[in-house]
Ligand binder design. Structure first.
Ligand code: UDP
Length: 592
């Protein structure tokens, strides 16, 4: 009974130490730690506190677990050696070569304590292959790689604890799901100890993590991967740790490729490498979002790894295919999120070409100012609100594309458009939707004395919108309102009515691309200073269709809400994956 409870007690202990230890460091030490946060100074005491806390929170529970298990004791020893080497670096700022030598010595010590990868199962085989004389170098290399992968994450605060916690949890779950063999359950328990030990460091007010905490976590993880690998199936042997560590390993690889690509020496160990997360930050992604992005990527990779571990019956070939597809999807999502979350670099241009559609780089205020200017100029102007389906349509419909290109202002009507513009590296500021434009233009029109004309939607809707607008803006001059279901024979009459009413601004809600083509066809006869195509805006303003809640609009989910209300719009949703695909393709093409 006591033996069965031990792993649980050890995990709880790990969590308690990692959360509480920094607070127990004593008021004087804590104060010193705070004082050291002066920029430019190395916060050595903070590093010491965090290093000791993380190391102890991993080592003490491991020792509790270790009774009779030399493997567990060996992992504990690795963590202690890692934490100590890191601490030396924190205090003395060692050179990279010295650090590498120390790491090498620790890995060698781990091997001599029995942490050895003795056999692996290559792809397409059912037999384990004994590594024989290669076992020692492979084990040392593996430990170094895992530990360094974690240590490299150090350049972004709070990145490593999250990644280590997720990777350890994945290893633990994978190990336990394979079956109740001794090593597997030990690896499982150790995995959860590291999860608990690392998660305390995610606390916002945790002392800054120095080398010490990172080296301790890195070597503990390295040890666990080896214990977990010993007697497991092929995928566990290579796939899980590699996959789960994909993020940090990916970073290292990127760092190498970047250096080689720049024509610098590939492996100058004494020099500093630029890592993927540093590149992202340099190109406008803030550190908080970079951390979040890497955590999400780790979570995704861990989920893929676990899913693959569960597919016991599936052949290796199928597993590889699933893996490749998941990695491709993961890469695309990573790339898009990185671009969407980055502050776009500014350009002097006031419009940018998105897949042939010239989007204005403006917010609502600037759009209103432009409309103002168009009214003052008196000559006919056309404004297009371009949502996802209409950008896609512009690719298929040459006439429509030509009209949109000739428009005086094209706004991005939808989160999807703004996001995909960012994926393309285009600095579009914010969405300016048809509904918002109608409302805000009418407020402006009331102040300035402009008159508006409403054309479109089912009979009665435009009148109702006119009513509602008048209630909202009592001084607004509505020059007229017409429905949008006129026959070709009635069309000249409609045009004539509008021309005679002489509005300053005409809203046309016939749906894209009809409204744009209609405006273009009659622009000269209408003689209206500003004509805007506003799609389904009247239905929304008349209350026939409800607008999505604000949080859905912000999350870019307005289309989902509209489909739920009007299922006939379902077909248009297809435009979204098409736009994503086109944007991705174009972005990759431009990069290469
Ligand atoms: N509409 C119209 N005449 C037509 C077809 C459509 O006035 O011959 C109206 C329709 O009632 C709706 C708007 O045009 O109010 C189109 O809205 P939808 O949401 O379909 O267009 P989108 O916002 O996608 O451009």
């Amino acid at each position: 009974m006591e033996a069965m409870a031990r792993p649980y007690i050890a995990v709880v202990l790990a969590f308690l130490i990692s959360v509480l230890a920094p607070s127990l460091a004593g008021p004087r030490l804590r104060r010193l730690a705070r004082e050291e946060l002066t920029p430019g100074l190395r916060p050595r005491r903070q590093w010491a506190i965090s290093g000791a806390s993380v190391t102890l929170s991993i080592v003490l529970p491991l020792l509790l677990l270790a009774r009779g298990s030399s493997e567990v004791a060996a992992v504990a020893a690795l963590a202690v050696m890692g934490g100590t080497a890191g601490l030396l670096n924190d205090i003395l700022a060692l050179s990279r070569i010295v650090l590498l030598l120390m790491a090498f010595a620790i890995a060698a010590a781990g091997v001599s304590l029995g942490l050895v990868i003795g056999e692996v199962k290559p792809p397409f085989t059912t037999q384990m292959v004994q590594l024989g004389p290669w076992a020692l170098p492979v084990s040392v290399f593996w430990m170094l790689a895992v530990a360094y992968a974690v240590v490299l994450l150090r350049r972004l605060p709070r990145l490593a604890p999250g990644v280590v916690a997720m990777v350890s949890a994945t290893l633990a779950i994978a190990a336990l799901s394979v079956g109740p063999s001794g090593s597997a359950s030990m690896a499982g328990a150790m995995g959860f100890i590291v999860v608990a030990g690392a998660s305390g460091a995610l606390r916002r007010d945790y002392p800054a993590l120095g080398s010490s905490a990172h080296w301790a976590m890195g070597f503990a993880l390295a040890g666990i991967t080896i214990v977990g690998m010993l007697k497991n199936t092929a995928f566990l042997v290579l796939g899980v740790p590699l996959l789960a560590l994909g993020v940090p390993v990916g970073e290292t690889t990127y760092a190498m490729i970047y250096r080689v690509g720049r024509g610098r020496q590939g492996l100058a160990l004494g020099q500093r490498w630029e890592l993927l997360h540093e590149t992202l930050i340099r190109s406008g992604l803030n550190p908080r979002r970079t951390t979040l992005l890497f955590h999400l990527a780790t979570l995704y990779l861990c989920a893929v790894a676990l899913a693959l571990v569960r597919m016991v019956e599936v052949t290796f070939l199928v597993k590889s295919a699933i893996l490749l597809v998941s990695l491709a999807i993961g890469f695309a999502l990573f790339f898009m999120l990185a671009r969407i979350w980055s502050e776009p670099l500014d350009t002097a241009d006031d419009r940018v070409a998105m897949l042939g559609v010239p989007l204005a780089r403006i917010d609502m205020e600037a759009a209103l100012a432009r409309v103002d200017q168009f009214v003052q100029e008196r000559s006919p102007h056309m404004v297009v609100t371009s949502d996802t389906p209409s950008i896609v349509r512009a690719q298929d419909d040459a006439e429509y594309q030509e009209i949109v290109r000739g428009a005086d202002m094209v706004t991005a009507d939808g989160r999807g458009v703004v996001w995909m513009a960012r994926v393309l590296g285009l600095p579009v500021r914010e969405r300016v939707s048809g509904v918002d434009l109608v409302e805000r233009i009418c407020e402006r029109a009331e102040q300035k004395g402009y008159s508006v004309y409403l054309l479109g939607a089912l009979p009665g809707v435009a009148d109702e919108v006119a009513q509602r607008l008048r209630t909202r803006c009592p001084g607004l001059r509505v020059a007229g309102a017409d429905h949008g279901y006129f026959t070709p024979e009635e069309e000249p009459k409609v045009v004539q009515r509008i021309a005679e009413a002489k509005p300053d601004i005409l809203f046309v809600a016939l749906g894209a691309p009809r409204q744009e083509k209609w405006i273009r066809r009659h622009m000269d006869d209408l003689r209206v200073p500003v004509a805007l195509g506003v799609g389904g805006a009247f239905d929304v303003l008349a209350g026939r269709v409800r607008r999505a809640p604000k949080w859905m609009q912000r999350a870019g989910l307005e289309w989902l809400y509209r489909v739920a209300q009007q299922p006939r719009r379902l077909l248009r949703v297809w435009a979204l994956p098409r736009l994503v695909w086109m944007a991705l393709w174009e972005a990759l093409r431009r990069r290469s």
